[in-house]
Each structure stands twice: as C-alpha cells, then as structure tokens.
Design a protein around this ligand. Structure first.
Ligand code: SF4
Length: 400
C-alpha cells in the first residue's frame, strides 16, 4: 500500500488504522492480563547522577557512562559482547545494570512488500504493546506506543476497549525506537540499509497521559549522540485526543515537535459521543490550545479526523469543521481525514469513498489544507485502534 500523497512530506502516518481491528493483535491484547508494576530501571530512565552512581557501584569510572551512551544512542548496542571498549570482565555487569531487557518481540507482521513491519512486544510484566515501522521513498517513520492500553474510552476504538493497564517507562518507549533504528541500519526493512527519520506517538496510549516519560523520550530521541538518537524534533509528532493541560505544557516546552489533535467531530454535541474526553475539555478549549501551539511554535497542527459512515462524514460536518478552523484566520492546521477501520460488530464503520471525497472537497474549497490519509499495513492483520483515534494530519507522524 502506498501513501495517498507521496508529495506531501508534511503528512504524518501511523500504520495503524482508526477504529481498531478484528485481527490477531487485538485478540492477543485483549486476552492479556498484565500484572502492574514498575519496569526495571534502564539507562534511559536514569539521571546523569544515577548513571554515574550505578557505574561506581560496578567499580567503573565516570567516563564509562559516556561510552555506554555512545553505544546505546550511537550504535544501538545493549549487549555485553558489543562493549569492546570495556574491560572484558566488566561487560556483562554493565549490560545487565544499565540495559535490562525491557521489550521482547512476540510476533512480527510484514506488509507493503516488506516496507511496513508491525511488531507486537511483550513487556517485563507480560503487558503487550505494538509499534509499526513504515518505509517511504524519502523517510522512514516509526509509530510507537506510550501506554499499555488507553483510558480514554472512545467507543469506536479497539484500544479504548482494552482500558488502561499502565503507563510505559521512558526506557520501554525508547527501546521501540532503538530496535527500529537498528533494523533500518542493518537493512532488515526492504530497500536496504537506511535511517529511521520520523517518530510518531500514535501507537497505544494517550501520550499526554504519560507526559513525563513521553517528554523524556522526546528529548532523548531528538538530542544528538551521545545524548540521544539525533532524530530532529521537527520529525517527531506527539498526538493527543485533546488533553488541554498537556497541550499547554508541551507549548511551554518550546520543543519544535509537531502536535496532532484527534478531533473526529466539529461540534461538542457529536464529539461528546465519540470522544468522552470532550466532556472535560470541549472543542473550543481544544482548538484554542492547539492554535496557541501553532502561534508559539509556528508548527502547523495536525487535526486527525477518523471518518465514520453517516456519523461525522457528511457535508455539514465538513463545513462546520472548516468554519471552526478558519475562525482562527491563519493557515495553522492541516486536516488528516482517515478512513475508520471498524471493530467487528460495531455501529461505527468506514465512510463511503464518495463521502470521503466530498468531505475533502469541502475542506479544500474552504481553503483548508487537508489530505486523505491512506494507512499502511491494512493487509496486516489488525490495526491498533489507538492510532486511529489520533489520526494525524499535517505532515509528520502522530498517534493518539
Ligand atoms: S481513539 Fe485514541 S484516545 Fe480514544 S480510546 Fe482509542 S486510543 Fe484512546
């Protein structure tokens, strides 16, 4: 499956289809009863002082910490055998103290002629999460999870039905990135060796619900080695279903990530039904906060909109959405309508193609930048409902 608009490098992609799936991933996820608890502390969870103290406990001088950072962020190494600049006797202890195994591959599904790889991971407590790696001609995007499940309860979404099990640690979030970066470097993805260039927080979970770990992950993804993976903050998308305090905090950080807001409805009446969080932060509050993000960052905000047949995909909805966005006056948002991938037996189902087209046409006629997003991996069994919920819109990847 190819991108809807390969020329639009500003459009994010999630690899997960809105609304969830009947596939094996979801079945496995829903049957899992994870124990809660804290994951082992990982190098990426530690403060600089904690790293030095841990090294000291192993009898290692401070400069070894920098070497380990180089291994991790620069070479994606976590195995003792790879620490060849370490004394042989210290390698195994260093590996287990700093790089406990946090995520293990359960299954991998490959689609789009080897350019899309969706992986189901098991965490230390048996929790299951997933990530999707998508290679395009000019970039490679990884969609990652930030929570086990999601507590936002959107009724059309498979992940929402799982509920929230727990937040993921920074280490668990970053291990998805490290492994994908290594896969790209080693040529595991069709197309030969390459570089992971974009990250979207559009996998399982509401990123704003796990703000501290997500922000720490963002900083470590974007910092240059040896402090981070060196993926530009401009190529990172953080999505939200509309948690306004989180949007405000992100605005204050001044990090030029892209913000994606999963709107899904242009009015409070409809959004109250589709997105329970709307009762806490309504469409005006969400759009005001999103527009403030644009004012502060000058990064266009992605408005994700999962098109559901007969629910939110009619001409009146497109007209109202255009009016709400144009109210702010400037070209501050990019709408990403995305076809819903329905949950079996649900009353929410995908829009008719002609309704999708009309929706898009109305937005364009109103001067709104909008791109109908095709989702990768639809031939992979099962898409994460969460990604769907957070559909992204303006040019980089997001999730929600
Ligand atoms: S649509 Fe997004 S925010 Fe809503 S329940 Fe699903 S994953 Fe959570």
């Amino acid at each position: 499956m190819s991108e809807t608009n390969p020329m639009n490098s500003d459009q994010p992609e999630t690899g997960i289809t809105p609304g969830g799936t009947t596939g094996a991933f979801r079945d496995v996820l829903s049957k899992d009863h994870a124990r809660r608890g804290k994951p082992p502390l990982h190098f990426t969870d530690m403060t600089p002082e904690q790293r030095i103290d841990t090294a000291k406990e192993l009898g290692l001088p401070k400069f070894r910490v920098k070497q380990l950072a180089n291994h991790y962020y620069g070479h994606f190494d976590v195995n003792a055998a790879e620490f060849t600049d370490f004394p042989a006797a210290a390698r195994a202890d260093a590996a287990s103290a700093f790089f406990p195994n946090l995520i293990s591959e359960v299954t991998r599904q490959v689609a789009d002629e080897g350019t899309t790889i969706k992986t189901l991971w098991r965490l230390f407590d048996g929790s299951l999460i997933e990530s999707v790696l998508m290679r395009y001609p000019t970039r490679t995007t990884l969609c990652i999870s930030s929570q086990v499940g999601c507590g936002m309860g959107c009724p059309f979404c498979a992940t929402g039905k799982l509920g929230l099990t727990r937040n993921m640690s920074t280490g668990e979030i970053l291990e998805q990135v490290r492994i994908a970066a290594k896969m790209m470097r080693d040529g595991v993805v069709a197309g030969g060796p390459g570089r992971l260039s974009n990250i979207v927080f559009m996998g399982m979970g509401e990123p704003m619900g796990n703000y501290k770990s997500v922000l720490s992950a963002v900083r470590q993804i974007s910092a240059m080695p040896p402090e981070g993976f060196g993926i530009s903050a401009r190529n990172i998308t953080v999505s939200t279903v509309g948690v306004v305090p989180g949007i405000k905090k992100l605005t204050a950080e001044g990090i030029p990530v892209r913000l994606a807001v999963s709107l899904h409805a242009p009015s409070d009446e409809l959004r109250d039904e589709l997105v329970p969080m709307n009762k806490r932060f309504n469409t005006t509050q969400v759009l005001d906060a999103a527009h403030d993000y644009w004012l502060a960052s000058k990064r266009r905000v992605s408005i994700e909109y999962a098109l559901m047949r007969g629910i939110n995909d009619q001409a009146e909805h497109a007209r109202l959405l255009a009016k709400r966005l144009n109210h702010y006056g400037d070209d501050w948002a990019h709408v990403n309508p995305i076809p819903l991938n329905p949950i079996e037996g649900s009353r929410w189902t995908a829009s008719k193609p002609e309704d999708e087209k009309r929706f898009l046409d109305i937005l364009h006629q109103a001067g709104i930048t909008a791109t109908l997003r095709d989702t990768r991996g639809q031939d992979i069994d099962g898409a994460c409902g969460q990604l769907a919920a957070k559909g992204d819109q303006s040019g980089e990847a997001t999730a929600a």
